[in-house]
Design a binder for this molecule. Structure first.
Ligand code: ZN
Length: 147
């Protein structure tokens, strides 16, 4: 099998399956790399700065994983409402499930801010440590109750 055929074969089956297997640990790995999000923000800023003037219909984040790069793009476009729709795509259903879970956590955090209960553990009702919220602003539980 030629090298390019093997790459296509891996892309269609093995690579997404490998990411499915590690998807639940991927966000932790990303969170433990403090420079990663700074690089994502810098890349998103560069990409948005290079967009043509005027409305852009869609920016596609190919290989979006659990959504950190997509989030960086959305944040960077926040100052230009309506300029672009950001679409994240990935071959790994496990990574997309993590992205959906993360989105649900962010939406819950926004509801908690609006309801005046942001930073309260959903399991035990005690305050979540500020250090935990700094690292994971959408954390729903304190570290003791973390799943
Ligand atoms: Zn708790």
């Amino acid at each position: 099998m030629a090298t390019d055929q093997m790459a296509v074969s891996a892309a269609r089956g093995e690579v997404p399956e490998a990411f499915d297997e590690v998807a639940d640990r991927y966000d932790l790995m990303v969170a433990m790399n403090p420079g990663y999000h700074a690089h994502l923000r810098r890349s998103a800023r560069t990409l948005v700065a290079g967009l043509p003037a005027g409305p852009v219909s869609r920016v596609v984040d190919i290989g979006c994983g659990s959504g950190a790069s997509t989030r960086a793009l959305v944040d960077e476009l926040d100052d230009s409402p309506g300029r672009a729709e950001v679409l994240g795509v990935d071959g790994s259903t496990g990574m997309l499930e993590q992205a959906r879970r993360r989105l649900a956590d962010v939406e819950a955090a926004i509801r908690n801010v609006e309801g005046g209960i942001y930073g309260i553990c959903e399991t035990c009702g005690r305050p979540i440590a500020p250090e935990r919220l700094a690292a994971r602003p959408a954390a729903r539980t304190c570290i003791d109750c973390a799943p």
